[in-house]
Design a protein around this ligand. Structure first.
Ligand SMILES: Nc1ncnc2c1ncn2[C@@H]1O[C@H](COP(=O)(O)OP(=O)(O)O)[C@@H](O)[C@H]1O
Ligand SMILES: [Mg+2]
Length: 390
């Protein structure tokens, strides 16, 4: 289907792109004011809430926050799980209480139980002092257990018991302590698959997942990307004392087309570096990270039908990476792709004869030369290759 469209539309598309190039600057395209990209209505409590999905997440947060019920937040890395955990805390009944974060992948196996529940003096060889543990440190507030999928199996029954009884029993102690806190757990892994594989206890899973919030990946809420771009440009302007006030339409199109395996965190990092690199008060394509412009950063993408818990060999990930789909979704990016492929095809069909290729495309030879340079297409006797355009 794409191929047919390609043939029918190529000459006029090429000519239009050539016209754009002839009009001076326009290679970078139209500039868009940053102020037009993010509105106060798209923000809530320091969060961008531009997409319907994130509004739904926020609705769940406001429904759950008054209660101390345990909440499980799921979503790929960088989707905003920690931000949502904070929102549950600050909108909850005791926002001035402590917010304590424990990343379960940092638990040291032999000490994990004591890290969570504390220990009494002399409980084990190195226990010279009593320790309260994370649970009691979070008393009166929120305990955020990040990467809950990494919680050692043998600790899971004890965690479940604490969740159900609101009590903790320090290692070596016969005494239990009441705790009054909200537990929020987060994971980027498919806990259900882990339960099936015997890597996570089903009883704990059912307890945690009773109130669950799923945050969709950024590529499934692309309509929010311009608002994020504006939000992060303003944030990094403030942080670095910069005054970026415009970004090129083409840069926006590229950012909207990319797959964002690292989600909002990756977008935030990309804008941070673009703000730092921009020499004028504008961001254009050359200011964006190269792997985003050429789409190779998306090689880190997990295949859509696999969860991050099913770790694949890098070669497998690369082979199944849906990089091309990213381009197909965004009109701005697709245009470049279509032009490049059409140029290459015209050269292939004419065996590299530029005069005939120009005739085939219905453009002058000088236009063809300019387009080949512009799109970084180098001709070799056997093969035609494309270099990334910047
Ligand atoms: N909706 C949002 N609005 C503003 N910033 C966001 C949003 N979602 C994520 N972020 C930012 O993206 C980064 C990653 O978010 P984080 O909560 O740490 O993700 P996760 O815990 O899922 O890996 C943080 O800098 C966070 O502030
Ligand atoms: Mg996180």
């Amino acid at each position: 289907m794409v191929d047919n469209d390609l043939e029918m539309e190529a000459p006029s598309t090429i000519q239009a792109a050539a016209d754009t190039l002839t009009n001076g600057e326009s290679a970078a395209g139209e500039m868009v004011p940053v102020s037009s990209m993010v509105h106060s209505a798209d923000q809530f409590g320091g969060m961008v809430v531009r997409s319907a999905q994130v509004r739904k997440v926020l609705k769940s947060v406001s429904q759950l926050s008054p209660y101390k019920a345990t909440v499980l937040i799921t979503g790929e890395s960088g989707t905003g799980k920690e931000l949502v955990a904070h929102a549950l805390h600050t909108l909850g009944s005791n926002p001035t209480g402590p917010f304590v974060t424990l990343n379960c992948s940092n638990l040291v196996d032999s000490l994990a139980e004591s890290q969570l529940f504390g220990h009494i003096r002399g409980a084990f060889t190195d226990a010279r002092e009593e320790s309260r543990g994370y649970f009691r440190a979070a008393n009166g507030g929120t305990l955020f257990l990040d990467e809950i999928g990494e919680l050692p199996l043998k600790l899971q029954p004890k965690l479940l018991r604490s969740v159900e009884t609101h009590e903790v029993q320090p290692v070596g102690s016969s005494q239990c302590y009441k705790v009054n806190l909200r537990l929020v757990a987060a994971t980027n892994r498919d806990l259900r698959a882990m339960v099936r594989a015997g890597q996570f206890r089903d009883d704990l899973y059912f307890r945690l997942s009773a109130s669950a919030i799923f945050i969709p990946p950024l590529r499934e809420r692309r309509e929010a990307i311009p608002a994020f771009i504006g939000f992060f440009i303003e944030q990094y302007n403030r942080l670095f004392g910069k005054h970026v006030s415009e970004i090129s339409r083409r840069a926006i199109d590229i950012l909207c087309a990319y797959q964002w395996p690292g989600n909002v965190r990756e977008l935030s990092n990309a804008i941070e570096s673009a703000v730092i690199l921009s020499e004028s008060d504008r961001i254009a394509v050359p200011d964006l990270p190269e792997q985003i412009v050429d789409g190779t950063g998306a090689d880190l993408m997990y295949p859509p039908d696999e969860s991050p818990s099913n770790i694949l060999a890098p070669a497998q990930v690369a082979r199944r990476s849906p990089t091309v789909d990213a381009h197909a979704e965004a009109p701005g990016f697709l245009l470049d792709d279509v032009i490049k492929r059409t140029l290459m095809r015209s050269l292939e069909e004419t065996e590299g004869n530029r005069r005939r290729a120009a005739d085939l495309l219905g453009v002058s030879r000088s236009t063809l030369y300019r387009m080949l340079t512009r799109y970084g297409i180098a001709e070799t006797p056997q093969r035609l290759s494309v270099q990334p355009t910047l």
